[in-house]
Design a binder for this molecule. Structure first.
Ligand code: PMP
Length: 389
């Protein structure tokens, strides 16, 4: 094993048979002169032993919660959006410029952290149904936070539209020359491109291109599109299956499977589409964003995951592997198991662990506690997912 990596991470790198371990992380203990930015990317790819054992396939997960600025894959995106904006002259450090963003939390946390490090202010608009851990953290990071009622994307008060408006208002009313910059994670190219130049290549390197499926949920769609584009188009892995993990209430599953956009809990036209009816945070959406569209043709399949399954998987992972994750990671793991069972024994499936359960104590994990989940019930989950023991 590479001593630099193993002395930094408590997890040993995944040992892929017949291959040398993946090249060491740039986050290894030498001094990162660029500060917190040096803690972004090069996350470990860990095997989830209990899931490999249960499926007879190899389930690997990119530990994205170990991104060291905002502790999620959104660090990669936030950094790229800021660097691009600086290149285009839309942000200048230490001039009072403010980054505005509409986010359910993770992107806001990454932006607020990097804003501090790079000499900007951050103003975050988010829906008021998200766990308080995220808005509290944003406030501690010094961001201005607006929690707004859930509204359809057609409403000017939808959190994304509000963030865009605030950025324009800032620039128009500025008396000191400072600028408002709307980061626009749902639509900007800087989002999927961040994953195409970092997450995708890292997965390829860490597996030596030896993987059969990549499974991920979509919030903006940046992760799944960026990774799919790198692996399928740049690395030419034409046999790779890219599978969307979609929580209940999201419209993307039907978009992939049937070409129509309506959620499983509504019939098209019977109800105004707005909020995704799930307790899962960060993934699932009822519109097609640019970042989803750019990779849509590369998606081979989609797996629908219920909240109940996500809760049981989260409990299983902590019980058996000591892995304590948030709701989107748990959805990814359910879909990874389903995908694995559709592939021959020994196949390799890669997914993502997006953030830690500590960010979801007041909602997702509170619900798990209230459900009184026991180990046996989680075992039932595997039967439900097609694994008979
Ligand atoms: N997990 C979490 C916790 C997130 O916040 C997000 C982004 N909203 C995602 C997964 C999905 O990532 P993407 O936006 O790249 O689709």
């Amino acid at each position: 094993t590479d001593p630099r990596r193993s002395s930094f991470f408590w997890m040993a790198p995944v040992q892929l048979e017949d291959h040398e371990p993946a090249p060491s992380s740039s986050r290894a203990p030498e001094i990162a002169s660029n500060g917190i930015e040096g803690c972004i990317g090069n996350t470990p790819l860990i095997e989830i032993p209990s899931l490999s054992q249960a499926t007879g396939r190899i389930i690997l997960a990119k530990a994205e919660f170990l991104n060291g600025a905002g502790n999620s894959p959104k660090d990669r995106v936030a950094l790229n959006m800021i660097l691009e904006a600086e290149k285009q002259g839309l942000l200048t450090p230490h001039q009072g410029d403010t980054i505005y963003e509409g986010t359910v939390g993770s992107t806001g946390i990454s932006l607020a952290t990097l804003a501090r490090a790079k000499g900007y202010k951050a103003h975050i608009c988010m829906p008021d149904d998200q766990a308080f851990e995220k808005s509290d953290l944003l406030i501690h990071l010094g961001a201005t936070v607006e929690r707004v009622a859930v509204a359809p994307i057609t409403s000017p008060d939808h959190f994304v539209n509000l963030a865009r408006r605030r950025a324009i208002e800032h620039t128009q009313s500025s008396t000191d020359g400072s600028k408002g910059f709307f980061a626009n994670q749902f639509e900007t190219e800087s989002n999927w491109q961040a994953h195409a130049v970092s997450t995708g290549p890292e997965i390829y390197q860490q597996t030596d291109g030896n993987l059969d499926a990549f499974v991920a949920g979509a919030g903006t769609g940046g992760t799944i599109s960026g990774v799919a584009r790198y692996l399928k188009l740049d690395a030419k892995m034409s046999n790779l299956k890219v599978v969307l993990a979609d929580p209940q209430g999201s419209g993307l599953y039907n978009k992939i499977k049937h070409g129509v956009m309506y959620s499983s809990t509504e019939k098209e036209g019977t109800r105004r589409r707005q909020q995704v009816d799930t307790m899962v945070e960060g993934i699932g959406i009822n519109r097609v964003t640019n970042n989803f569209e750019i990779g849509r043709d590369l998606l081979d399949d989609a797996v629908k995951v219920t909240d109940d399954q996500a809760c049981r998987m989260a409990r299983w992972l902590v019980e058996n592997d000591g892995i304590f994750v948030g709701s989107s990671s748990s959805v990814n793991c359910v879909a990874a198991v389903v995908t694995a069972m559709r592939l021959p024994p020994g196949s390799r499936v890669v997914t993502l662990l997006c953030d830690s359960g500590t960010r979801h104590l007041s909602k997702f994990w509170k619900n798990i506690k209230e459900m009184g989940l026991e180990e046996e019930e989680a075992t039932d989950l595997f039967t439900e997912l097609g694994i008979s023991e």
